[in-house]
Design a protein around this ligand. Structure first.
Ligand SMILES: Cc1cc2nc3c(=O)[nH]c(=O)nc-3n(C[C@H](O)[C@H](O)[C@H](O)COP(=O)(O)OP(=O)(O)OC[C@H]3O[C@@H](n4cnc5c(N)ncnc54)[C@H](O)[C@@H]3O)c2cc1C
Length: 490
């Protein structure tokens, strides 16, 4: 008879935790998840305001095949659970001087739009897509799916040609500047660095794969919102026999003689755990659950989010819109190295009712505004009521500058989550919204590994470990950690 596999306790039902649980269950382990909050999804959660559902965090969905693969691994089809639709145009950018750029995953439309800002950009586009496409394939074939903590072995797998393709020695912005000249094109494509909570001046050149991924493979929207995808994945997990216990905060991971043996819940209950997979933000888990210093990690920025029920959608807004500031480089500097609220602010607005008008949309609609801010330690003391009023006004002024007649009085209801709220709700280290940053020294084998070197049986999953942040990446993180557990258990 085959040996029964040990039970796995997963701490947190974020998307990373759910993915790890599903892969471990499929490998044959009994799996229980303990989640501090009352619902699954972590940062990708659901907020009800005036009876309308808002996605709390992620709204931009890339790489749909990663989600399909998750269902496929369990012998199911994603489309039987939730429908993914393409978003077109993908993203629209506005600048304070009135310029606008609308991106599309349809090459002809994109080329024409780029050419309106830079006459030769249509031609440069093909060269860019070929180059960034090679980076994308390299990343997805050889870098992202690899769990190899030895830098020597990790990089030895690359051929010289692949090293050149990766362009690790150049910044993402410098890499884009090899193809485009227009400030507007460079700034728009560079701002995809924010998907990783990073700066195009700081991320290595290989990350031009981010705009490529969207321009070549599209941007997607689950019918019913991102939470419909999370709910589908939770249903998948339950269907496999995974137990999920909500409102059960883990307060300690207990280890003895270099081995993890139990987790302790906030009410003092001890749950035996021969294997524990921790989905709590990794740098926070070390001090809070293990009483150990966290690994030194540069963190991605924090965010302030507005959830607005509005009388009508501002005219200029598509489904996804980014407003860039006048001084782009300074904005990234202030965000990552400055102190206090930046003077130059970029922000993102999602208007999901553009994609999927609701019956109520005739009387009201939903707007989600995300403003990246420095992490809590860099923000210092903030007068939040005054700052929130200032940030709201800033958003309204930029909408007006883009030609909208939308007024503050058309906001019918509002909820605001500050960086401290985000941190408190999901235990995010220093209020960082996206987890550990993706600088050269925090990617691949240099990122915090998905296992504990000190306590056997303890593993990590999610945005601050490998491969990185974002919904598709944390799904892959779940697969990688399950593979590592299987390799250890065998
Ligand atoms: C505002 C915002 C916008 C974003 N936009 C996008 C986007 O458009 N597209 C995209 O792909 N990504 C986006 N991201 C990033 C994406 O949300 C994250 O990378 C991803 O959701 C992280 O998943 P995770 O499983 O690592 O962690 P989390 O989602 O943080 O899940 C961790 C879970 O662990 C639980 N937990 C923590 N401590 C304990 C404990 N002690 N006991 C029990 N449970 C515990 C938490 O409650 C939480 O449910 C965004 C993030 C934010 C904050």
């Amino acid at each position: 008879m085959p040996k029964a596999l040990p039970e796995v306790i997963v701490i947190g039902a974020g998307l990373g935790g759910l993915s790890a649980a599903i892969h471990l269950r499929l490998a044959g382990h009994p799996v229980r998840i303990f989640e501090a909050n009352g619902s699954a999804g972590g940062r990708a959660n659901l907020l009800m305001l005036e009876g309308l559902p808002f996605d709390t965090g992620p709204t931009l969905l890339n790489y749909p095949w990663i989600f399909r693969d998750l269902f496929h691994a369990a012998g199911e089809r994603l489309r039987d659970f939730v429908e993914l639709r393409r978003v077109e145009p993908t993203l629209t950018f506005y600048w304070p001087d009135g310029w606008r750029l609308r991106l599309s995953a349809q090459r002809e439309l994109l080329a024409a739009e780029l050419a309106s800002l830079e006459p030769s950009a249509g031609r440069s586009l093909d060269r860019f897509l070929a180059d960034a496409g090679a980076k994308f394939r390299l990343a997805f074939e050889k870098l992202i799916p690899r769990d190899e903590p030895s830098p020597l072995r990790y990089f030895a797998a690359l051929k010289l040609r692949e090293w050149l393709t990766a362009a690790l020695w150049r910044s993402m912005y410098a890499e884009l500047a090899r193809f485009f000249r227009s400030r507007y094109v460079l700034e728009a494509l560079g701002s995809y660095a924010m998907y990783l909570g990073g700066s195009p001046f700081r991320l290595p050149g290989i990350f031009t794969l981010l705009p490529y991924g969207e321009l070549a493979h599209g941007l997607w929207y689950p019918r019913g919102g991102v939470y419909a995808l999370i709910a589908a994945i939770e249903t998948l997990a339950r269907g496999l026999g995974i137990e999920i216990h909500y409102g059960q905060k883990v307060s300690r991971i207990l280890a003895r003689n270099g081995r993890v043996h139990a987790v302790e819940l906030a009410d003092g209950t001890r749950v035996p755990a021969p294997i524990a997979v921790c989905n709590m933000d990794l740098p926070e888990a070390f001090p809070r659950l293990l009483g150990e210093p966290p690994p030194r990690s540069a963190m991605s920025p924090a965010v302030l989010t507005f959830y607005w029920v509005v009388r009508r959608l501002p005219e200029q807004l598509g489904h996804h819109t980014i407003f860039l500031p006048e001084h782009y480089r300074r904005a990234f500097w202030e965000l990552l190295y400055g102190r206090g609220i930046p003077s130059q602010l970029a922000f993102y607005v999602s208007a999901p009712d553009r994609q999927e008008p609701r019956p109520t949309a005739t009387t009201c609609a939903r707007l989600f505004v995300l403003i990246p801010l420095p992490t809590l330690s860099s923000l210092g003391p903030v007068n939040w009521p005054e700052t929130i009023a200032r940030l709201r006004l800033h958003v309204l002024e930029r909408l007006a500058a883009a030609g909208s007649s939308f007024r503050e009085s058309e906001i019918l209801a509002e909820q605001v989550w500050t960086p401290a709220d985000w941190s408190r709700r999901f235990c995010l280290h220093d209020g960082s919204a996206f987890g550990a940053a993706h600088t050269l020294l925090q990617v691949g084998p240099f990122r915090s590994p998905n296992f504990s070197r000190r306590h056997r049986g303890l593993y990590f999953v999610g945005a601050s470990t490998i491969p990185g942040t974002g919904l598709p990446m944390v799904v892959l993180s779940g697969r990688l950690v399950a593979q590592r557990v299987s390799a250890h258990v065998r």
